[in-house]
Design a protein around this ligand. Structure first.
Ligand code: AMP
Ligand code: MG
Length: 424
């Protein structure tokens, strides 16, 4: 009964059915139970998974999407991410051909990063001041005397984005009094200084993940997760360059396409995708598509994702060894950033393997929204040893053996089995 691997409606019925062919009928046998250490059966199943005992290959449970019944916080989260996505798109339009594009101290990317965090911070604060924010950036560089010029560019970008969103009716005119001041912007950014724990509610934000992709006009993401009492239950991923049409079977990357896609997911209520410029998407359900990671991908048909070029968090050699061990024949798809989690939920690819070097510590904002999206779409995400990710221990996210995500539980079991063998 501790099994958290499935959204509530499936926790008992579907998980039981799924493991009917394994030794016991408890859903906590599921190796990815979020509380394996508090449950004897969970511990046993966890150790069995590590030893590579394959799970039943019975059909995966269907996860339906009910966006109208997402809680109201999710609508605020979607608006916040859409505002930040607008800002990113506007910045990207002027980035092309700009030689200050690289992420230096006052590049347009840096300005957009701060401004996106400010916008999300102020929009969330407006409706849910009770939920703490944990976010990547802080306003130190803007508050110092030498930061005046950078700060004024950030504030201008926030004001321009709010003004244009009011002008075209995306947000109500007057919903925020503009122009906002520098101090207001600094405070909105510094709301993100929180540190997540297992008590209470936290937003977890990466204002722009994948700056390399952002600069190059490829994929990047605005990622906002919601954790309540230690469980990452909600997630919104804004991917302003993610197309909504199928990509070719042999595609080696996801071609950028505006207006991009927003993924919104809530535990037990599924995952949906809609155009990044859709207004009131969760309420009207217009242009909203329920998404599921491809249920039937097996190792032989699976497609995996790679970072683009050299990435701090990738290990191409290990990834190739695993792909070979799994018998993967399809070409890898290169995708920057947490857009990979959206791509997995959408069925553009089936596996994401992330193996940072030992000295690198993962951060919560690089995964929280992705976990909610992948899980609500029927996928699975754990560390490389099959442990559930624990977002309650502060701003770092410790893991063993990397972070791996799969389109479905049986594919994930095969992946963990291959990983355990390789690590031996
Ligand atoms: P990818 O797009 O696959 O290359 O992955 C980028 C990921 O690496 C994101 O989660 C970043 O937050 C993380 N990361 C950490 N340090 C860096 C860095 N110095 N440059 C780029 N990405 C970084
Ligand atoms: Mg990041």
């Amino acid at each position: 009964d501790n099994c958290q691997a499935y959204p509530t409606p499936y926790r008992h019925t579907a998980a039981r059915a799924m493991f009917a062919t394994t030794a016991a009928a408890c859903p906590a046998q599921y190796p990815l139970c979020r509380a394996p250490s508090s449950c004897r059966r969970g511990r046993r199943a966890d150790s069995r998974a590590r030893r590579g005992v394959a799970l039943s290959a019975s059909p995966e449970p269907r996860v339906l999407a009910h966006p109208m019944s997402f809680p109201p916080e999710m609508r605020t989260a979607v608006e916040a991410v859409q505002l930040a996505s607008r800002l990113c798109m506007a910045t990207q339009d002027i980035l092309v051909g700009d030689d200050r594009a690289a992420k230096s101290d006052d590049s347009p990317v840096t300005v957009a990063d701060f401004a996106a965090q400010a916008l999300v911070g102020l929009w969330l604060e407006r409706s849910h001041p009770d939920i703490k924010l944990v976010a990547e950036e802080n306003a130190d560089a803007l508050r110092v005397a030498g930061g005046a010029s950078l700060s004024s560019r950030v504030t201008s970008l926030v004001n321009e984005t709010l003004a244009s969103a009011m002008e075209d009716g995306f947000i109500e005119s007057g919903s925020i009094e503009i122009p906002v001041t520098d101090t207001f912007v600094w405070d909105a950014i510094d709301r993100g200084a929180g540190s997540p724990s297992g008590d209470g509610a936290f937003w977890i934000l990466d204002p722009i993940d994948g700056t390399k992709g952002f600069i190059a006009g490829r994929q990047y993401a605005v990622a906002l997760g919601l954790m309540v009492n230690g469980s990452v239950c909600g997630g919104v991923l804004g991917c302003p360059n993610m197309p909504q049409e199928l990509i070719p079977e042999d595609a080696t990357f996801i071609p950028p396409q505006r207006p991009g896609t927003v993924f919104a997911a809530y535990e037990g209520k599924g995952c949906v995708a809609f155009p990044a410029d859709a207004k009131d998407a969760l309420r009207s359900e217009k242009n909203v598509t329920p998404v599921r990671a491809d249920s039937f991908a097996s190792p032989h048909t699976a497609r995996y994702m790679e970072s683009w070029g050299d990435s701090v968090v990738a290990n191409g050699d290990k990834t190739s060894v695993i792909a070979k061990a799994l018998g993967i024949t399809r070409t890898a798809v290169r995708v920057d950033s947490m857009a990979k989690y959206g791509a997995l939920a959408f069925g553009y690819a089936d596996l994401y393997l992330r193996f940072p070097p030992k000295e690198y510590r993962e951060k919560v904002w690089d995964h929280a929204a992705g976990v909610a999206v992948v899980e609500a779409a029927g996928g699975v995400i754990t560390d490389g040893e099959g442990n559930a990710l624990d977002f309650t221990k502060g701003r770092f996210l410790d893991q063993k053996g990397g972070i791996v995500a799969s389109a479905n539980p049986s594919l994930h079991a095969a992946l963990l089995e291959a990983l355990a063998k390789i690590d031996e």
